[in-house]
Design a protein around this ligand. Structure first.
Ligand SMILES: Cc1cc2nc3c(=O)[nH]c(=O)nc-3n(C[C@H](O)[C@H](O)[C@H](O)COP(=O)(O)OP(=O)(O)OC[C@H]3O[C@@H](n4cnc5c(N)ncnc54)[C@H](O)[C@@H]3O)c2cc1C
Length: 398
């Protein structure tokens, strides 16, 4: 039987899961194209910027990982154009690839809204390793300079870190940065004033829209860690070292991280497909693109709707589930079967809340918080990374 060729663009949570599933069918040849030679474990980035783990813990080498599969090629390049009629795609280095089936899995990037003046120029993002690394390195240097310049009377300026946006990633980063600051100052027994972490959000609660148990547990923990939680506060301008709120109040800062939202990866602007104002590709019920039954979008780049027609929040979990659905659909289509609609069955949520503490809701609605929740969160992360690291170790020597 003739083999079919599936091209997956993007080796993140969705792309990798799609390849794992597709590679079980020996009649399918796969090419993964990613502009980076690594899979970035963004869900672990709070540990990285707070110095709990090193860079290797948030990366997995894609060439090694892909070599561990038979019938999978890896191309390190940026996709720039797709011709749906010819079933070809172009890359930045002028390569042309053909496909029978195509999966867009290029994720998202930090959304810096234009209505917040100066935000893009003066705030850090953490949606890529270079931006997270920049923040981490500049932060450590500034921390050292502060200790170095302190005098016995502690006459130094405040050292504030502002996190803009109190969604899942903002809350996790604020909690871990505060835990880190506490650990750092206690460890060195530094006598002078430490770091203040501010978490600022325009909504009336942090984690707006999530289960009240998560909102309350996270809020309580953040306060215990000494985080200044300013919900109901809209940032209107970000200057070089100062934010301005709608009510005119200002706050000096040393560093600002913006986690206030995401928009689709820039590729979506080049695709000539129907999309939302933030570039998320509209998809049919089976996650294919209207008019192109052999082209699919999964994960953060897709505008995936729930049964009520509302967009599902972008998470690694949704990226993986949507990838599994599309892989199954392609395998079934190859056998001549019709596609089925995608239904997202949320398996729960776990939030890291600084140090060895977390909160979450497990399948079946079981609520956990504290050390146990931290352990569950770590176990979920290891369950994801251990098999991939094992595979990439095999691929490295192939
Ligand atoms: C700080 C933080 C914490 C988070 N915590 C959680 C959490 O606890 N739980 C959870 O479920 N989710 C969490 N998320 C969200 C989660 O990380 C994303 O939903 C997930 O990464 C989406 O997966 P994806 O496969 O769609 O895209 P990604 O994982 O972003 O992968 C996209 C890939 O596409 C590649 N790419 C992009 N454009 C091109 C192009 N033109 N050509 C070739 N390659 C391209 C990129 O290099 C990248 O490798 C968190 C996110 C952040 C930032």
């Amino acid at each position: 039987m003739q083999k079919i060729h599936v091209v997956v663009i993007g080796g993140g949570y969705g792309g990798i899961r799609a390849i794992e599933r597709l590679s079980k069918d020996s009649h399918i040849e796969i090419t993964l194209i990613d502009q980076k030679p690594y899979h970035y474990l963004q869900t672990e980035v709070y540990d990285f910027i707070a110095n709990k783990v090193d860079m290797s813990e948030v990366m997995i080498d894609l060439p090694s990982l892909m070599k561990s599969f038979s019938l999978v090629d890896f191309v390190c390049d940026e996709v720039t154009f797709v011709d749906y009629n010819k079933q070809t795609l172009q890359t930045a280095s002028s390569q042309t690839l053909t496909y029978d089936f195509l999966i867009f899995a290029t994720g998202s990037r930090t959304y810096f809204p234009d209505f917040i003046k100066g935000l893009r120029d003066n705030a850090h993002g953490v949606k890529s390793i270079p931006t997270a690394l920049d923040f981490k390195q500049q932060f450590e240097r500034a921390l050292f300079d502060r200790i170095d310049s302190q005098h016995a009377n502690c006459a130094v300026e405040p050292f504030n870190i502002v996190i803009g946006g109190a969604g899942l990633s903002g809350v996790e980063i604020a909690a871990e940065m505060a835990a880190y600051a506490n650990r750092f100052y206690n460890n060195g027994n530094f006598g002078c004033r430490g770091i203040d972490v501010y978490l600022i959000d325009a909504y009336k609660t942090i984690l707006f829209g999530m289960d009240p148990f998560l909102i309350d547990s996270a809020h309580e923990r953040l306060l215990k860690l000494g985080v200044h939680v300013w919900h109901n506060n809209r940032i209107s301008e970000v200057r070089q070292k100062e934010i301005v709120l709608d009510n005119g109040k200002t706050l000096d800062f040393e560093f600002m991280i913006f986690t206030g939202g995401v928009c689709a990866s820039s590729l979506s602007q080049e695709l000539g497909l129907e999309m939302t104002p933030k570039g998320h590709l509209n998809v049919n019920e089976d996650l294919s693109i209207a008019g192109y039954p052999n082209v699919f979008a999964i994960g953060d780049i897709a505008n995936i709707l729930n049964k009520e027609g509302k967009p599902l929040p972008p998470t690694a979990q949704l990226a993986e589930r949507s990838a599994e659905h599309v892989a199954r659909t392609i395998i079934e289509k190859r056998r001549g079967k019709a596609s089925q609609p995608f239904r997202f069955n949320n398996q729960g949520i776990m939030i890291a809340l600084g140090g060895e503490y977390g909160a979450g809701i497990l399948p079946g609605g079981i609520k956990v918080k504290g050390y146990l929740a931290y352990l569950v969160k770590k176990a979920i992360s290891l369950y994801y990374t251990i098999p991939l690291r094992r595979r990439s170790a095999i691929g490295k020597y192939r």
